[in-house]
Design a protein around this ligand. Structure first.
Ligand SMILES: [Zn+2]
Length: 161
């Protein structure tokens, strides 16, 4: 599973532009930053908003476009074999407790159905190119929330390079 962060415009929370982007309906003239997103077709499997509201964009049995050029443990193209979860946020900023809670709920549900053996960040599968979810994401908090039911799920920051 690959964890990401996104907000549109960057650092502004609560609007609907991220959802529009993931549905290829973003008005790229609405903000100067959006010009760089023109023609971009991306969507994760899930998006967890600051208030914990969780939206699904892609069926988990299908490939989502979230990781781009990426590699993990020698396997290329993480989009081909991973679930992508975007959190509403910004690299360097912290995330809401309810977002960790929802992420843990999602991970537990997904791990019951798919062979998920690690949770890592976009920054780990595309180092040098991507920096999300960034230093504001607390992997130990996610680990703490999962510990009771999935004590062995490895994740970034705990022996994962
Ligand atoms: Zn990302």
């Amino acid at each position: 599973m690959v964890v990401h962060s996104i907000s549109l415009p960057p650092g502004v929370y609560g609007g609907d532009d991220v959802e529009r982007l993931f549905m290829n309906r973003l008005d790229t003239s609405a903000h100067p930053y959006y010009a760089g997103l023109r023609g971009l077709e991306v969507s994760p499997h899930f998006f967890v908003r600051r208030d914990g509201r969780t939206l699904q964009f892609v069926n988990c049995d299908e490939r989502a476009w979230h990781a781009g050029a990426s590699r993990w443990r020698g396997r290329e193209n993480c989009n081909d074999w991973s679930i992508g979860i975007e959190l509403e946020g910004l690299e360097g900023q912290s995330f809401e407790p309810v977002q960790y809670r929802q992420l843990a709920v999602l991970l537990r549900a997904l791990a019951g159905r798919y062979p998920i053996d690690e949770a890592v960040g976009h920054e780990h599968v595309a180092p040098g190119r991507k920096r999300d979810p960034g230093p504001g994401f607390d992997w130990s908090e996610l680990r703490r929330r999962l510990r009771r039911r999935q004590p062995r799920l490895p994740m970034a920051g705990a022996g994962v390079p």
